[in-house]
Design a protein around this ligand. Structure first.
Ligand code: NAG
Length: 281
């Protein structure tokens, strides 16, 4: 019996890693992640982004805050998906963390880098003195409490973003999204991603650049699930607003895949899932 327990333990920690989005599917509309068939599949990792906290009995617990699809080869995320619970300013975290599980560590949540050897993700020194920001996918402006704010500070939620664009146009865009989501009568679901730049040499030979960021939102407005798409910078260095349908067509082309479906199904009043027809495109 003892031997059995001993043998099972390593398997338990392995399955934690291979569970993908199982523990964080609630951050997708209808629990359904975006659908696309990436040719980069074997370098992609589904991450349930989490932080440790102390519960009322002072026991350490894990809180899941959002979901990220990460590319270990590019060392940047493809997208982060979250629910927008409102925008509450709770300060900002200057430290950036890494994701130990990407480099074979059993730790499930983000952590300081320490002395670990890192081969599968970006680290702070990749960005230092580069004139590029660690541009958030799930942004601080879209968080509502200290834990959600803290959880955005993992490098797996960031890509190199032109600092001037990040601090002006993209920041204003994030604020405009908050205003747009104010008329939602259901929780808004948001997916924010990046398209990599195939032409630029990698930052510090490690980290691919973003060509542009994109965002899609979906919520119930006036009785209809209503979607909105965005991307930027465009060729004039501004943020474009477009339908999700148009965004999906553009992403399929730029990711070089057959199709991209950001919100694959819509909720129904009975709780059944229905294939997306009119809404959120
Ligand atoms: C990553 O950067 C390299 C240049 O160092 C480039 O050749 C490659 O196409 C980039 N990858 C993607 C997915 O853009």
């Amino acid at each position: 019996m003892k031997l059995l327990v001993f043998l099972l333990l390593p398997c338990l920690s392995l399955s934690e890693l291979s569970q993908g989005f199982a523990k964080c599917s609630r951050f997708f509309l209808n629990n359904d992640p975006p659908q696309f068939t990436p040719q980069w599949a074997n370098t992609v990792q589904e991450i349930c982004q989490c932080v440790w906290y102390n519960d009322n009995n002072n026991n350490k617990q894990i809180m899941y805050l959002y979901a990220t699809l990460y590319n270990r080869d590019w060392r940047i995320p493809i997208y982060s998906a979250y629910v927008f619970y409102g925008s509450v300013t709770v300060g900002r975290c200057d430290a950036w963390y890494i994701e130990p599980q990407l480099d074979g560590d059993p730790e499930q949540c983000m952590a300081p880098k320490g002395r670990k050897t890192i081969n599968n993700q970006a680290v702070n020194s990749d960005y230092d003195n580069s004139n590029y920001d660690r541009g958030h996918l799930y942004p601080v402006q879209h968080t509502h409490d200290p834990l959600s704010m803290l959880a955005t500070s993992t490098l797996t939620n960031a890509a190199p973003q032109d600092s001037a664009f990040n601090r002006v146009q993209w920041k204003n865009h994030e604020r405009n999204v908050i205003n747009d989501l104010a008329s939602c009568v259901s929780l808004p679901y948001v997916v924010t991603g990046i398209v990599p730049d195939t032409n630029k040499p990698k930052l510090k030979l490690n980290v691919n650049f973003s060509k542009y960021y994109w965002r899609a939102t979906c919520c119930l407005k006036n009785g209809v699930y209503t979607g909105q798409g965005y991307y930027g910078p465009d060729s004039s260095n501004v943020v474009q607003t477009l339908s999700i349908k148009a965004l999906q067509t553009q992403l399929a082309k730029d990711y070089n895949v057959n199709s991209v479906i950001i919100f694959p199904t819509l909720p129904t009043p009975t709780g059944a899932k229905r294939p997306r027809t009119g809404g959120c495109i």
